[in-house]
Design a protein around this ligand. Structure first.
Ligand SMILES: Cc1cc2nc3c(=O)[nH]c(=O)nc-3n(C[C@H](O)[C@H](O)[C@H](O)COP(=O)(O)O)c2cc1C
Length: 375
């Protein structure tokens, strides 16, 4: 990538020119998907401080996306209707996310789902950021205030998913970009496929994926979050399953039954994942970039919340969005970005975007509420 092309962020983001203002009883033949696991039973309180409604709100909150599906949240129930959302240090990704940037974005998405679900159950979720740095455990204090319910279709939270394959090449319609930018205002940038900037992001995304695929520690960390067998998927209910990685058919069956997570460290697997990523990065209608003003805990939580609102909207408009985060994780990518963007315009998400012919049902697994609630 030559240096002129690398300056795309400076020239466009800074200028703002593009701103648009029991099922576990499956046979080994099929993969464990979200719908195969029993729905949570909200008739039973989770513990004596968390009633049925609280359990339902947290169930919906946990449908949020997260890097490697690590689900880095916990919720401490201080008393009825007073909770603390925290960052579980056991669920950090120190190799690819040493500063907890992505963990906090994911917790922001969790907080947004929580607020939306609380609203439909008759509560305003008043949130106060209590962490002063990204390494504190307790992040957000939540007070649920009984205000009467708002009308929001919770089905949207259940339907959202990160799709990787099958993006159509069509340019994204103006009205759709407008709708997606609504929660993000001038912090969303769209680069249509085939433009110089989209080519540049595409090239950088592939290159940084390749760099990360060849970085031993990052690969070993990824391997720890792979849940290839149905047994592991059911046991942990987090991480990346074969279905979640969209490895299907005979290949999916083979990977589930005969491949061990450690095999992903082999050169042949790394090469295959780089080739697949390169192919996918070239599909779709272009790229979205979401920026924030700074990197404080509050900036990251707010950006995660707005990202989630955007992702929920995208699903309604038949649009798939996939974060391709390696550009923002690898030294080389970060250096390019730091050298080429203005202060006050910090890229937080790089997302492929494209229309889908058929939107699939979500497959990624979630831990039940009782697994992440602490007293
Ligand atoms: C901060 C963040 C970073 C992510 N980075 C990537 C990524 O680099 N590549 C990718 O395919 N998905 C990425 N994802 C999507 C997650 O893998 C996905 O949310 C998770 O597996 C759960 O699946 P779901 O979104 O379908 O519920 C990211 C999500 C978040 C919130």
């Amino acid at each position: 990538m030559n240096i002129n092309r690398r300056s795309f962020l400076k020239r466009t983001l800074a200028a703002g020119s593009m701103a648009v203002g029991t099922g576990s009883l499956l046979s080994a033949c099929s993969s464990l998907r979200r719908a195969d696991l029993p729905q949570q039973d909200f008739a039973t309180p989770v513990n004596n401080q968390l009633d049925q409604t609280g359990g339902a709100i947290l169930y919906h909150a946990a449908l949020a996306p997260s890097g490697h599906n690590a689900q880095p949240w916990y919720v401490r129930v201080v008393k009825k209707n007073e909770w603390v959302i925290g960052l579980d240090s056991q669920r950090r990704l120190p190799e690819v996310d040493p500063d907890n940037r992505e963990a906090l974005l994911s917790i922001g998405a969790f907080a947004e789902n929580l607020a939306l679900a609380a609203g439909t159950y008759g509560f305003k979720a008043k949130m106060e950021i209590i962490a002063e740095n990204p390494f504190e455990q307790d992040i957000i204090k939540v007070a649920l205030i009984n205000t009467g319910s708002i009308d929001y279709p919770l089905e949207r939270l259940k339907r959202r998913m990160t799709v990787k394959q099958g993006y159509l090449p069509d340019e994204i319609k103006k009205e759709d970009i407008h709708a997606l930018s609504e929660p993000l205002k001038d912090r969303l940038f769209y680069f249509p496929k085939g433009t110089e900037h989209a080519d540049c992001i595409e090239e950088g995304a592939i290159e940084n994926f390749r760099i990360q695929a060849n970085r031993e520690n990052a690969q070993q960390e990824l391997v720890r979050w792979l849940r290839l067998s149905n047994k592991d998927a059911e046991r942990y209910r987090d991480g990346l399953t074969v279905e979640g990685m969209e490895i299907r058919g005979f290949k999916g069956w083979f990977v589930r039954n005969f491949i061990k997570p450690q095999d992903f460290e082999k050169p042949s697997f790394r090469k295959q994942s780089i080739d697949t990523t390169a192919k996918l990065a070239r599909q779709g209608g272009g790229w979205l970039i979401i920026t924030s003003e700074g990197q404080t805990v509050a900036d990251l939580i707010e950006t995660g919340r707005r990202f989630e609102r955007m992702a929920l909207m995208a699903r309604e408009r038949n649009l798939a969005v996939q974060p391709m985060t390696q550009y923002l994780e690898e030294k080389e990518g970060m250096q390019q970005i730091a050298a080429n963007h203005a202060a006050g315009v910090v890229p937080q998400f790089m997302l492929r975007v494209g229309y889908l012919k058929n939107y699939p049902d979500p497959v990624s697994l979630r831990r039940p509420v009782s697994w992440f609630v602490r007293s």
